[in-house]
Ligand binder design. Structure first.
Ligand SMILES: O=C(O)[C@H]1NCC[C@@H]1O
Length: 341
């Protein structure tokens, strides 16, 4: 019998952020999750504990763009932990910005024991597969993380979709643990660095809806991974350069990533590599509207199903921002979680 959210709830979290994007890590007070595989667990949580996601992600404890992680026992050999990611709409398949914070958290909290300098390997099972987070460690302190995710590939290029209000728009669709549509914001009449984030998010969300209804996404291994997660607007600066290039990732229910987006950066590097903009080993910088920077490069070519894929390494740093205990007043009718759109 699954637990329900009631006034006896008391959930402890550690709060982190990567590039401004929140990482609310649930530490205790969450009910027991059943299921053998990570997808079973994700399904179980979606079916039985979605009120806990709303309680922790929505107002008054969170906000429209809140992001969280529940650590569960891994079912992949060699994994230090498994992560279920949550956001304003549900549960994602991969989250690079959270992995960057978790690399530190798992060492700092003794889940990964005996850290070594200059880097400690932290292995995190994500719904998309195993992600390896090399976490800097010196003088007893954790720091920046460089992670390598599952194979990333360009799924479809130059796909024309009809977007209401914008007409025919051409996107590339690429996978980096989650599928994203990519296009230069100027093709929507917007400036990635100067237009309001709200205008960019509205336009990107329309592109996501259009791609979802007009393109069938397929994943080489799992139907659970075969869906479009969001749209990433860019400055179109895909050719190799030492200068940063901008990502604005709009995912789930029009949620805006404050960071350059780890899985989105992975997918964009695969896109840039397969379109001939960059070579293996050429590191690029990716920025977000907060000014945060991730560095990323394609490391090696691999085959993934029928796709020519690449392994991509993404680097960044997460920061601690607090600790919370969340409770529910039994007379609080709206305190179970709400959103004002
Ligand atoms: O960095 C990432 O990969 C995540 N950030 C929010 C959307 C993605 O899940």
């Amino acid at each position: 019998m699954a637990a329900s959210l009631n006034a006896s709830v008391s959930i402890q979290t550690t709060e982190m952020h990567t590039g401004g994007e929140p990482v609310r890590i649930i530490e205790s007070g969450y009910p027991t999750v059943e299921g053998k595989t990570i997808f079973d667990k994700r399904r179980y949580i979606r079916e039985h504990f979605d009120d806990f996601r709303k309680f922790l992600m929505f107002e008054p404890r969170g906000h429209y763009d809140m992001y969280g992680v529940l650590l569960v026992p891994p079912d992949m050999p060699g994994a230090d932990a498994a992560a279920i990611f949550m956001h304003n709409e549900g549960y994602s398949t991969m989250c690079g910005h959270a992995v960057i914070s978790l690399g530190r958290y798992l060492i700092d909290n003794g889940i990964v024991k005996h850290p070594v300098s200059p880097e400690t390997i932290v292995t995190i099972q994500c719904p998309c597969g195993m992600v390896v987070a090399n976490t800097s460690y010196s003088d007893g302190r954790t720091g920046a993380v460089r992670f390598t995710s599952v194979p990333a590939f360009l799924f479809a290029q130059d796909v024309a979709v009809e977007v209401p209000g914008y007409g025919s728009v051409t996107v590339d669709i690429s996978y980096g643990g989650a599928f994203y549509a990519f296009l230069d914001a100027k093709h929507l009449g917007l400036n990635i660095n100067k237009s309001s984030v709200s205008d960019l998010a509205t336009a990107a969300d329309k592109v996501t809806d259009a791609v979802k209804s007009q393109v069938k996404i397929e994943h080489p291994e799992s139907d659970d991974l075969a869906f479009l997660y969001g749209t990433i607007l860019t400055d179109g600066a895909d050719d190799f350069s030492e200068n940063p290039t901008t990502n604005l990732c709009v995912f789930a229910d029009r949620q805006v990533d404050r960071s350059p987006c780890g899985s989105g950066t992975t997918a964009r590097v695969a896109l840039q590599y397969h379109r001939g903009h960059i070579k293996l080993g050429q590191a690029r910088k990716f920025s977000s509207r907060t000014g945060a920077i991730f560095t990323a490069k394609a490391e090696e070519e691999v085959t993934y199903g029928k796709f020519k894929a690449v392994r991509v390494e993404v680097s960044g740093k997460g920061h601690y921002s607090g600790k919370c205990t969340f409770t529910l007043d039994d007379e609080d009718a709206i305190g179970r979680g709400f959103l004002l759109k």
